[in-house]
Write a protein that binds this ligand. Structure first.
Ligand code: G3I
Length: 448
């Protein structure tokens, strides 16, 4: 509505106003899926995925239609990836990564070092032997997935609940207080292109636990320990509701110079109350510039670790719930007045075309010794876009090893199915990882 109003006012004279409103009405056509709507806001929308469910066509149908980020729910944990010391098993996790790559989805890795879901052999280690085993585990797993992971939960749930504000006791903690920073430095060395996150629960509002995590992030930033993001799991129910200072808490972490991400969202409940809670969480992320995306912890209620609490966006049949519609609407997508929640989304090919218009592209580069990640932002001009292509030659010696949210042909990087349509003045982002040196990159954008 705002976009229409702005464009309408911009028109001069009766004819111009009519034409401009016509353009605005189509440019305003809202994204029909969670992933597409989030992409129009420069964010992702993800879900936890279980490898053994990928063969369920209802499950994978929703996954591939709605989500552009996936987190393996259990398959990358220590017990799954190193069941015997020094012997690594990546089958199920690789299956999820391959599926994601084939469907233009990125991957959040979860989790490299955690007190829980350790294999029996690690549970029985302590001291230097455990520290060395952890370092080897982080190195091996992060190296195996190098270039394929958007962000790693390097360390999960290392702080204690309750008022103490200290670390959780665990076999890892007992190897020395520096175990967390050692894990982060080890992960950076193994995969310098992945964002490195600390992830926890009950840190969603300001409290003793989140204050302790905040102090650690502040300390890491001041000492140059590599940390790029903080994950807020956001498992909510009546005993642990969405805190009133949720957005403020995300913002104070972002102000430390890290990205923030909602990593395991589920909210028990039903109907309007649940829908409003999902909308509140979604709006909080959108209000924080460095909140880069939201992941829900499962697809259908029946997929949830808390299935009886029906905490997700799709019911057991795979139909959209009110919580889905509220989330999509909060993301700026959907057309809730004419699309009932259980109706499949309108595919982009059946939407009216947006008239041609220009676009601009800007690039930010994270360079390290021997490689870099380039993140390109494509912003639509006054007419919006149906499709876009960015021309961006790389210097000789730079070799692309991975890219996301784009398809490449030589020096040309084009939209994929879910991010071609950008409303006027809105943007989407894609990225690539390469070896070599980025130098000065000069992207140019063409839209249709
Ligand atoms: O795969 C076996 C199956 O062969 C066996 O028959 C069955 C019997 O219980 O267990 C199956 O494994 C279970 C696995 O989920 C897969 O369903 C494990 O017992 C069970 O412990 C495991 O639970 C996972 C839990 O982490 C373990 O801590 C949940 O799926 C997973 O959703 C949950 O995720 C955690 C995040 O990693 C961290 N944050 C909290 C979140 C929720 O607890």
């Amino acid at each position: 509505m705002d976009k229409k109003r702005k464009l309408g006012v911009a028109g001069a004279g009766a004819l111009a106003v009519v034409v401009t409103l016509g353009i605005a009405a189509t440019a305003d056509a809202a994204a029909a899926t969670l992933g597409a709507a989030a992409a129009e806001q420069g964010r992702y929308f993800g879900t936890a995925v279980a490898a053994y469910k990928l063969s369920d066509s209802v499950y994978s149908g929703i996954l591939d239609r709605e989500f552009n980020m996936v987190t393996p729910e259990n398959e990358m944990k220590w017990d799954a990836t190193e069941p015997t010391q020094g012997s690594f098993s990546y089958g199920s996790a690789d299956q999820i990564v391959s599926h994601a790559q084939a469907h233009n989805q990125r991957v959040r890795g979860h989790a490299l070092a955690w007190h829980s879901q350790q294999p029996g052999w690690a549970q029985n280690l302590s001291g230097t032997a455990l520290r060395n085993a952890m370092v080897n585990h982080v190195t091996q797993v992060a190296t195996h997935y190098k270039g394929k992971i958007y962000a790693w939960d390097v360390v999960n749930e290392a702080f204690a609940d309750g008022g103490g504000g200290g670390r959780r006791d665990s076999n890892l903690q007992r190897t020395g207080n520096d175990w967390i920073e050692v894990a982060f430095r080890t992960a950076r060395a193994a995969d310098p292109g992945a964002k490195l996150c600390y992830n926890d629960y009950n840190t969603d509002g300001q409290n003793a636990k989140s204050n302790a995590v905040y102090a650690m992030v502040q300390d890491f930033k001041s000492r140059g320990v590599p940390i790029d993001c903080v994950g807020f799991q956001s498992h909510f129910n009546s005993a642990s509701p969405v805190p009133s200072d949720y957005q403020a808490n995300l913002q104070r972490f972002a102000n430390l110079g890290v990205d923030v991400q909602i990593t395991e969202l589920d909210i028990e409940g039903s109907g309007t109350t649940q829908a409003n809670n999902f909308a509140t969480v979604t709006r909080a992320c959108l209000a924080v510039t460095r909140c880069t995306g939201i992941t829900v912890w499962g697809i259908r209620d029946s997929d949830s670790w808390r299935a009886s609490g029906t905490p997700l966006l799709f019911d057991g049949n795979g139909s959209k719930k009110a919580a889905y519609t509220a989330t999509l609407t909060a993301l700026g997508g959907g057309n809730p007045t004419s699309t009932p929640p259980s109706t499949p989304p309108v595919s982009s090919s059946s939407q009216p075309p947006i008239p041609s218009g220009g676009c601009t592209a800007t690039v930010s580069v994270n360079q390290w010794q021997g490689g870099f990640v380039a993140t390109v932002r494509v912003t639509a001009g006054a007419n919006g876009t149906n499709a876009w292509a960015v021309t961006m030659p790389l210097p000789s010696g730079a070799t692309v090893t991975n890219s996301w949210s784009t398809t490449r042909s030589g020096n040309t990087w084009s939209n994929v199915s879910y991010n071609g349509r950008i409303a006027a003045g809105q943007y989407t982002e894609f990225g690539l990882q390469a070896t070599g040196t980025a130098g000065t990159l000069s992207p140019t954008c063409a839209a249709s």
